[in-house]
Design a protein around this ligand. Structure first.
Ligand code: FE2
Length: 287
């Protein structure tokens, strides 16, 4: 399913984006009638796994502020003119997509080595259906992602997750601890991005927290995300500890991965803070 080059993978996985190829193009699971069926099913049985909006043109618009006037199956039927962006999460709840996920993850583990499996908390298939010319707003994600293009062509602007002009520590801390929309697009830094052309048959690996936004061409686009979430101990705990140190105590905390002993001390503190926040306000639901 996934054509991953061992040397590229070894050098860049989860630190820098890279292009890969896949075999999902032409698969009946990604034709519109099948996607309408999946969308209807998602809306009926798992409404929290469905997101769609229409008419968004501002790269900094917060997710969830624009809504569609039609039900999701009708929106897909009208996709040509709807200005819509539709996300079907946890598609692997349907056994057909679960089989596909398993094959993709097995390709990934073959290249990475089985030890990667220990970091995986949840594996997921997400489907994106996009109207012609629609943008996907600027954001960062909490999952390690392989975004595979199946129908249509589009450009994705991807920034380095290590570029602290584009993505300051404060924004990452807020993202993990408080706000999904914490990453702010800075138009004057657009030239820091790599623009990757997505066409049917290729895809791009997007590392955790690498900022990105997408401009669809004048065509309907269908993309598939094969992704996994890591255990909170890998990112969320440390960033939540730093969020607390900065926001509540006015300190300038050392970023994660600079000092192993500081990370060792902060991890349980971050875990306790996250637990306390979740209990009081509910968990920050990541995209
Ligand atoms: Fe994303």
């Amino acid at each position: 399913m996934l054509d991953l080059k061992p040397e590229v993978f070894r050098e860049h996985f989860n630190s820098r984006h890279f292009v890969l190829h896949h075999e999902l193009t032409g698969h009946p699971l990604f034709e519109l009638p099948r996607l309408i069926e999946l969308a209807r099913d998602t809306a009926a049985k798992r409404p929290d796994d469905l997101y769609y909006d229409a008419g968004v043109t501002d790269l900094n618009e917060r997710w969830g502020t624009s809504r569609c006037e039609f039900p999701v199956d009708e929106t897909i039927r009208r996709i040509e003119n709807a200005g819509a962006f539709i996300i079907l999460k946890r598609a692997e709840s349907d056994p057909a997509y679960a089989g596909l996920l398993q094959r993709c993850i097995s390709d990934l583990l073959q290249i990475s080595g089985r030890e990667l499996e220990r970091k995986m908390r949840r594996r997921e298939v997400i489907l994106f259906i996009t109207s012609p010319r629609r943008i996907t707003t600027y954001h960062i994600d909490s999952e390690t992602n392989f975004l595979l293009q199946v129908h249509g062509e589009k450009d994705i602007s991807i920034f380095s997750k290590f570029d602290r002009e584009v993505l300051p520590e404060e924004e990452i801390e807020r993202f993990w601890c408080e706000d999904n929309n914490a990453a702010i697009y800075k138009p004057e830094l657009q030239h820091h991005a790599d623009v990757v052309r997505l066409v049917p048959g290729n895809g791009v690996h997007i590392p955790v927290n690498a900022p990105h936004w997408v401009q669809n061409d004048n065509n309907i686009s269908v993309s598939v995300s094969i992704n996994y979430h890591s255990w909170d101990s890998e990112y969320a705990h440390l960033y939540c500890a730093n969020y607390f140190l900065r926001r509540k105590l006015g300190l300038k905390p050392t970023p994660p991965a600079r000092s192993p002993w500081l990370d060792f001390l902060k991890r349980p503190v971050g875990a306790a803070l996250l637990k306390y926040k979740d209990r009081r306000h509910g968990p920050v639901r990541k995209r």
